[in-house]
Design a protein around this ligand. Structure first.
Ligand code: NDP
Length: 453
C-alpha cells in the first residue's frame, strides 16, 4: 500500500511538534501535521509559558517593597495589565513563529485545520479532504472544564480566559486546589487582585507531600490569598455587583470573576477515535502501551491526551521516543519514573520522588527536614520560611524523595532531580560541600533525621 505520508500528526503542541520534527528532520520520514488553533499548544499559547511570564510579572510587586529594605528608593509603582498583555501577546506570536519555522525547516507539511481520524490510516481535514498515512499520531492535549452540573456554570472562567482577559478583575474566586488553582491564586494576588480560593478537600495539592502541602498552604494564606479548605460552590448567579456565589460553608459573596481550575479533560471528543476502534479510558483519555501505541496498531498517542503524566517535558519525551522507535530504528519508551516537577506558586514548590506518606508504605524511612527564613527575605523583614525535605530509605540510604518550598524551587529541584534520579544516597549528598550562603546548602548539611518510620 502507498500512503500520502509516513506520519500524520494531529495536534501542534509540545508532543506533536517534537515527534513531527524528529521523524521528518532527523529520520527522513514524510510527515504532515494539522493544528486547528495556534502552533505550540497549551504550553506555549495558554499554559506554561504565558503563566510563567505572569508569575514573573506578579513577583515584582514584592520586589519593590523588599528593595526599599535594602536601601533603594522608588516612586509609587503601578502595574499596567494593558502594557503587559500587549508584550505577552507579542512574545507568544514570536514563539509560535519559532515553532512553525522548526517544522518547516524539518520539512513537515503543516495544515492549519482541524483534523479527525477517518480510518486506521486516514485523516480527514476540516474541508473534507482525506489524507492517508502509514502511522497517525494523536497529540491533541487536554482542555480545562467547568463541571456542567453546577448551577450557573456558564458564568465561570477557566485558565484559558485569564490569558485573554482585557482588564484585571478587582476580585476573583478560584475553585480548585491543584497546580493551576494554586498558581493563579498566587499570580493574581501578586498583581493586586483580591483572591479567594475554595478547595473541596482538607488540604490543597492532593497527591503531594503532606508536610509540604501544609507549609505551602500557610504561605499562600500569609501572602494574602483567602484560602478556604473544605469549601465548594453550591451555585452561582449574575448579580448587580458581580457573580454571587453560594458556598457549602456559608461563605457567600460576590466576585468580579469566578475561575474554575478543577482539572483538564483529554481532547478526544469527535475525533473519530472510537469509530475506528481506539480504546478510550473512563475520562476520555486514549489508552496506550509503553510505546504510545493505541489499540489500533497504526495509531499512536502522546501527551496530555493519554493522561499519563500531564507535563510538557514528558509529552516531549513521549513524542521523541515514538519518532525514534517508528522511524529511527531505535526502540525506545519514555521514562515516567522519578519525574521532577514544580508548582509555580510564590514561593515555588519543587518535588521529585516519593512523598513521605507513600514512602512509609513501602520502606523503613528517615525524614530530614528543615524550615527557616531565607537570608534575602529575612533582611527585608519577611516572615515566610522555606522548607527543604529529604526522605531516605533507611536500608539502602537512597534518597527516595526531595521536596523544596522556596523562591526558585523549580530551578533547585531540577538539579536535585539529577541526584534522586540517579539513585544517590544521603551520604552522597552529605559528601558534597555546601555552597554558602545559599538556601539549598541545607540539602547537604541536614545532620539528624526529624523522624523515622
Ligand atoms: P489538578 O488535577 O492538578 O487539580 C484539580 C483540582 O480541582 C483538585 O484540587 C481537585 O480536587 C479539584 N476538583 C476537581 N473536580 C472538582 C469539582 N467538581 N469541584 C471542585 N473541585 C474539583 O488539575 P489542574 O487543572 O490544576 O491541572 C491539570 C494538570 O496540568 C496538572 O495535574 C498538571 O499535570 C498540569 N499542570 C502542570 C503545571 C506545572 O508543571 N507547573 C502547571 C499547570 C498544570 P481533588 O484533589 O479533591 O480531586
Amino acid at each position: 500500500m502507498t500512503f500520502d505520508y509516513d506520519l500524520f500528526v494531529i495536534g501542534g503542541g509540545s508532543g506533536g511538534v517534537r515527534a513531527a520534527r524528529v521523524a521528518a528532520g532527523e529520520h527522513g520520514a514524510k510527515v504532515a501535521l494539522a493544528e486547528e488553533y495556534r502552533m505550540g499548544g497549551t504550553c506555549v499559547i495558554r499554559g506554561c509559558v504565558p503563566k510563567k511570564l505572569m508569575v514573573f510579572a506578579s513577583g515584582y510587586s514584592r520586589m519593590g517593597a523588599d528593595a526599599r529594605e535594602y536601601g533603594w528608593e522608588f516612586g509609587d509603582a503601578t502595574f499596567s495589565w494593558d502594557r503587559f498583555r500587549l508584550k505577552l501577546r507579542a512574545e507568544l506570536d514570536r514563539l509560535e513563529g519559532a515553532y512553525r519555522r522548526t517544522l518547516s525547516n524539518a520539512g513537515v507539511e503543516v495544515f492549519d485545520s482541524r483534523a479527525t481520524v477517518a480510518g486506521p490510516h486516514e485523516v480527514r481535514l476540516a474541508d473534507g479532504t482525506i489524507k492517508s498515512a502509514k502511522h497517525i499520531l494523536i497529540a491533541t492535549g487536554g482542555s480545562p472544564f467547568v463541571p456542567e452540573t453546577l448551577d450557573g456554570h456558564e458564568l465561570a472562567w477557566v485558565s484559558n480566559d485569564i490569558f485573554l482577559m482585557e482588564a484585571l478583575p478587582k476580585s476573583v474566586l478560584i475553585v480548585g486546589g491543584g497546580y493551576i488553582a494554586c498558581e493563579f491564586a498566587c499570580i493574581l494576588n501578586g498583581l493586586g487582585v483580591e483572591v479567594t480560593q475554595f478547595y473541596r478537600g482538607a488540604q490543597i495539592l492532593r497527591g503531594f507531600d503532606g508536610e509540604s502541602r501544609g507549609h505551602l498552604a500557610e504561605l499562600i494564606r500569609d501572602s494574602g490569598v483567602d484560602l478556604h479548605v473544605g469549601a465548594d460552590v453550591v451555585k452561582m448567579k449574575q448579580g448587580d455587583d458581580g457573580i454571587q456565589v453560594t458556598s457549602t460553608t456559608g461563605h457567600d459573596q460576590s466576585y468580579d470573576r469566578v475561575i474554575y481550575a478543577t482539572g483538564r479533560n483529554p481532547n478526544t471528543d469527535d475525533l473519530g477515535l472510537e469509530e475506528v476502534g481506539v480504546t478510550l479510558g473512563r475520562r476520555g483519555q486514549i489508552e496506550v502501551d509503553a510505546y504510545s501505541q493505541t489499540s489500533v496498531p497504526s495509531i499512536f498517542a502522546v501527551g496530555d491526551v493519554t493522561d499519563r503524566i500531564n507535563l510538557t517535558p514528558v509529552a516531549i519525551r513521549e513524542g521523541h521516543a515514538f519518532a525514534d522507535t517508528m522511524f529511527g530504528g531505535q526502540k525506545r519508551k519514555a521514562d515516567h519514573d522519578l519525574v521532577p516537577a514544580a508548582i509555580f506558586t510564590q514561593p515555588e514548590y519543587g518535588s521529585v520522588g516519593l512523598t513521605e506518606e507513600d514512602a512509609r508504605e513501602e520502606y523503613k524511612i528517615e525524614v530530614y527536614c528543615t524550615s527557616f527564613r531565607p537570608m534575602q527575605e529575612a533582611f527585608a523583614g519577611r516572615e515566610g520560611k522555606v522548607l527543604l525535605k529529604l526522605i531516605i530509605d533507611a536500608g539502602t540510604r537512597r534518597v527516595l524523595g526531595c521536596h523544596i518550598i522556596a523562591p526558585n524551587a523549580g530551578e533547585l529541584i531540577q538539579l536535585a532531580g539529577i541526584a534522586v534520579k540517579n539513585g544517590l544516597t544521603k551520604e552522597d549528598f552529605d559528601r558534597t560541600v555546601a555552597v554558602h550562603p545559599t538556601v539549598s546548602e541545607e540539602l547537604v548539611t541536614m545532620a539528624q533525621p526529624v523522624r523515622t518510620a
